[in-house]
Write a protein that binds this ligand. Structure first.
Ligand code: NAD
Length: 522
């Protein structure tokens, strides 16, 4: 293929070269399924971040002035673009992540189409001025309004596991709130964001409102943090802590979507066939590289053997082939090379400590690209890394527990608290268990799919994050609340103002007793 300038995310944005020969200051993008270089992208630094910030700030007022309907028109065109170009979008995502086509279709393209429409339809309702009913006697007769003004320039820093959903997806509510956005995709997966930036331009997004900058986290990521008014970060807990600390120093708001170690509880009265299908599917989906993957399973003793047998049989039937098109494989490649080492370490640590591998477990060392077969482990416990640390790979460790009390205790025995699942035919019991689990979302007889509820907040407890994406919180975080108090009809001199002559003191005391004197002592 001849060298070709394939993409530019704006006049001064990064370039992508689909070629074998890079320009200076470019880094390769590698297809994880083959290990081959498929593109080169610019490696930008602090100067580019500062230039992009100035540009974003310059165009933001006009974007805000378009109003919700004007901005929604661009998003609705983008929604249509996604549905009309879904194969191109899937192929781009698969080329840089190595995931199965079906994984990309369900969790990225469907998400993209839904998210553009959702925020176009709901941003105005969630951010419209609110007339506030107030109870303070000092405000009688006054009008109180809260408005949600855009923060200005939002920085979005994204991981590599879902190049659209966990990166570009977060830009949509930020844009609908009237902000300009700087997006830094992960180093390994920039192509989807560059494609979508071109798509939004085609759909009428004014130049400079959304800029994709490619480069390293430690250089470009830190530089973006220093020039934006709000930071939306998705990635590891370790980096998230640094981002939170820097945001604290700069006193800018941050929203952090971090790691997880999601527990899956199977009660003795569960529908075992459904539980086995769900544990396996949501454990292996996206090659296990989902922050809300099923990472560990606890099964009540009476049904443990039957559950394990079902999961092992189903796991052995999974194909782990190159994702060449729809239907080519169930489980794709790992997206980054270091994940092969992490998964291998967790499986070998468990094996050394007495775990049994009932499916998978032995990767082919000669295979090109980054691969690890779908692997099911039993005889596991909390002395093993596979049960306590985020694996982020195609592994499913299954632990036997005496009862649901032990399962709940072990599920909560983690620094993480992102998502969890409980399977039981007794719905009331399932809901009670859900309420005792320390996680931002919990499913009863399901897993992971709650992420598609764009109307409900999704965020982590404990070390899994701060804030939420989706729901009202998922867009209000991109705005600054401003309360406006309007006094139209009033006295020339209100009783509380100077001079203090003892009358105002007594009057305010009577007012307090009248309005608040009805509380009880017990
Ligand atoms: P990572 O933390 O290594 O990197 C995430 C992003 O941060 C990348 O773009 C990277 O370049 C950038 N970065 C790295 N160092 C930085 C720094 N010092 N300053 C600014 N930016 C910096 O995470 P990853 O390996 O890309 O992603 C995997 C992790 O993300 C997993 O832990 C996973 O659970 C988590 N994740 C969480 C969610 C969620 O919604 N909670 C979703 C997806 C992934």
């Amino acid at each position: 293929m001849s060298t070709q300038e394939q993409a530019s995310a704006g006049a001064e944005g990064p370039a992508t070269t689909i070629a074998t020969a890079p320009k200076a200051e470019q880094k390769p993008v590698i297809d994880p399924a083959t290990g081959e270089t498929i593109a080169w992208v610019d490696e930008l630094g602090a100067e580019a971040a500062a230039r992009a910030a100035a540009r974003g700030r310059a165009v933001q007022p006009a974007w805000e002035a378009l109003g919700f309907e004007g901005r929604a028109r661009v998003m609705r065109r983008a929604q249509k673009w996604v549905t009309e170009h879904s194969d191109e979008l899937v192929a781009t995502i698969v080329s840089e992540t190595g995931k199965a086509w079906e994984d990309a279709q369900m969790a990225e393209v469907m998400y993209a189409a839904a998210a553009f429409g959702h925020w176009a339809d709901h941003a105005e309702g969630l951010l419209a001025d609110e007339k506030i009913k107030v109870s303070s006697p000092l405000l009688k007769g006054k009008k109180v309004i809260t408005r949600h003004a855009p923060v200005g320039l939002v920085g979005v820093i994204a991981p590599w596991n879902y190049p659209f959903t966990n990166g570009f997806g977060d830009c949509i509510p930020a844009l609908m709130a009237g902000n300009s956005v700087l997006l830094k995709p992960a180093e390994k997966t920039p192509l989807t964001s560059l494609l979508m930036a071109r798509a939004l331009k085609e759909c009428g997004l004014p130049d400079g409102v959304m800029q994709v900058l490619t480069g390293r986290g430690s250089v470009l990521g830190e530089a973006i943090l220093d020039v934006v008014d709000m930071i939306m970060f998705t990635g590891s807990t370790a980096v998230g802590r640094r981002i939170g600390a820097r945001a604290g120093e700069r006193l800018i708001p941050c929203s952090l979507e971090l790691g997880g170690k999601d527990a899956f509880i199977v009660c003795a009265d569960a529908d075992l066939e459904r539980a086995a299908n769900h544990a396996l599917f949501y454990g292996m989906f996206n090659t296990g590289q989902t922050c809300i993957s099923v990472e560990r399973v606890y099964v009540e003793a009476p049904v443990y053997d039957e559950f394990v047998a079902k999961v092992a049989k189903k796991a052995k039937a999974l194909r782990n082939e190159r994702p060449t098109g729809p239907g080519a494989t169930e489980v794709g490649a790992l997206t980054i090379e270091s994940q092969v080492a992490t998964v291998t370490e967790h499986v070998e640590d468990a094996r050394r400590k007495g775990a049994t591998i009932v499916a998978g477990g032995d990767p082919d060392p000669n295979r090109k690209g980054w691969w690890y077969p779908p692997t099911v482990l039993t005889d596991v416990d909390h002395s093993m890394e596979c049960m306590t640390e985020e694996t982020f790979g195609p592994t499913l460790p299954i632990m036997k527990v005496a009862d649901t009390e032990e399962a709940i205790r072990l599920a909560n025995d983690s620094p993480y608290g992102l998502m969890a699942s409980v399977f039981t035919k007794d719905i009331a019991k399932g809901e009670q268990i859900a309420r005792r689990i320390e996680a931002g979302s919990v499913h009863v007889n399901d897993a992971l799919i709650g992420y598609t509820a764009l109307e409900a907040p999704m965020g982590g407890w404990k070390d899994s994050g701060l804030g939420a994406r989706h729901g009202a919180a998922g867009i209000r975080k991109y705005a600054r609340a401003q309360t406006i108090v309007i006094s139209k009809y009033h006295l020339k001199k209100e009783p509380q103002v100077y001079p203090y002559n003892g009358r105002s003191f007594r009057l305010l005391g009577r007012v307090a007793r009248f309005f608040y004197g009805r509380g009880t002592r017990d």
